[in-house]
Design a protein around this ligand. Structure first.
Ligand SMILES: *Cc1c(COP(=O)(O)O)cnc(C)c1O
Length: 395
């Protein structure tokens, strides 16, 4: 029956496991372990645990399993493994499947910690990593040589919001037998069909839109049952990056409202992008859902025109103007999370991407005037009014 459910129904009811009390809201099984009826039962469970049989919370827990099943159902994935953070998911997915000598091709425009895992950690263990410009299919084609083991990218990149063509890159990867892993945080589970378009593994930082209220760190790796249970699970359960049951409960409740929140935030982001077009204080307004975005045709195809909840603004007056603008805002907060109910602005060049050498910042378009805005659930007109008065002060 649940096979025919639409996404909003899946996000509310998917994966629910009720205890003997018949609770309406999902129970938090805040337990590290589970009691066996007998020594034989313990031996039996260690030999092969059934769907509703748990051993130790690092291996699995009923509340965590509810979250895994619900988001897998939402994403159209066979299975999922929940992790302590988004980075535990990214590093776990990659490390669990790679070995020395393997070749990985990745887009260069990545979240700072993803770049660190690929560039500084995996290479230390003998994995070869080549970076390409994710928007350039010719570069992907040249780099994805026979023997390439994995292809990694953020479908919508941070902070310049470039779009990678999931279907085209997946086709190139599959032609040489490579596994496609997509970090899909910016596209959100609401606007993404990454698996349908060819991705093998989809990763989310649940810290972002899935919680969406700034309370907890979490992550999820989604893929085939074979990949999740045979490759990811053994690695995660022995290395310890599992999600806590309390966090899983926060994320389950987050999934119930995810669709409503993300759509409202994306609608406001579009309204803001529209209101700021051609503003004299700005040299660029970047929003993938706006027709002015260079890759809007791909956004139409890949995300049904939805541009997500983040936009980036480039202040013509550079860093001084960007700082004045940030300091003059009264509604959004200055912080570095995204996907939150509260609008959040950040100055990537001096915070999230501070570590990058100048030539890489230039290459990625992380200019001194660039600010990233994660649009929250406030009234869009209030946000636009606040942004316009702050731009006046920054000029
Ligand atoms: C935030 C983020 C991560 C890391 O997630 P954490 O939950 O902070 O560990 C990875 N990738 C992208 C694209 C992100 O935005």
């Amino acid at each position: 029956m649940s096979d025919t459910w639409n996404p909003r129904t899946r996000a509310v009811h998917g994966g629910t496991r009720r205890s003997q009390y018949g609770e309406v809201s999902e129970a938090i099984f805040l337990t590290q372990g589970f009691v066996y009826d007998s020594a034989e039962a313990a031996a039996q469970r260690f030999e092969s645990a059934g769907e509703d049989e748990f051993i130790y919370a690092r291996y699995g827990n009923p509340t965590v399993a509810m979250f895994e099943d619900r988001i897998a159902m939402l994403e159209g994935a066979e299975d999922g493994f929940a992790t302590a953070s988004g980075m535990a998911a990214v590093s776990g997915a990659l490390t669990s499947m790679l070995k020395a000598g393997d070749r990985v091709v990745s887009s260069r425009a990545l979240f700072g910690s993803c770049l660190y895992v690929l560039e500084d950690i995996l290479t230390r263990y003998g994995v070869e990593v080549e970076f390409v410009d994710g928007t350039d299919l010719d570069q992907w084609r040249a780099a994805i040589t026979p023997g390439t083991r994995a292809v990694f990218f953020e479908a919508l990149s941070n902070p310049t919001l470039e779009v990678v063509d999931i279907a085209a890159v997946s086709a190139l990867a599959h032609a040489v037998g490579a596994t496609v892993l997509v970090d899909n945080v910016f596209a959100t589970p609401v606007f993404s069909n990454a698996i349908e378009q060819g991705a093998d593994v989809v990763i989310y930082s649940a810290t972002k839109h899935i919680d969406g209220q700034g309370r907890a760190l979490g992550g999820i790796i989604l893929g085939t049952r074979e990949f999740i249970r045979k490759t990811v699970e053994p690695y995660m359960k022995h290395t310890g990056g599992s999600m806590s049951p309390f966090t899983a409960w926060v994320m389950l409740k987050g999934l119930e409202t995810l669709d409503l929140r993300v759509r409202a935030q994306a609608a406001s982001a579009l309204a803001i992008a529209d209101a700021l077009q051609g503003h004299g204080a700005l040299s660029r307004v970047i929003y993938p859902g706006h027709h002015s975005h260079a890759q809007n045709a791909l956004v139409q195809r890949q995300m049904e025109g939805n541009g997500g909840t983040v936009l980036s603004l480039d202040l013509a007056g550079g860093q001084a103007a960007a700082f004045k603008f940030l300091n003059a805002l009264s509604i959004p907060v200055i912080s570095n999370n995204l996907g939150d109910a509260k609008s959040i602005l950040t100055h990537p060049a001096t915070t999230t991407h501070q570590r990058l050498p100048q030539d890489q910042k230039d290459h990625l378009g992380i200019t001194p005037g660039l600010v990233r805005m994660s649009v929250g659930l406030e009234d869009a007109q209030d946000l636009i009014g606040d942004i316009l008065q702050a731009l006046d002060q920054a000029q």
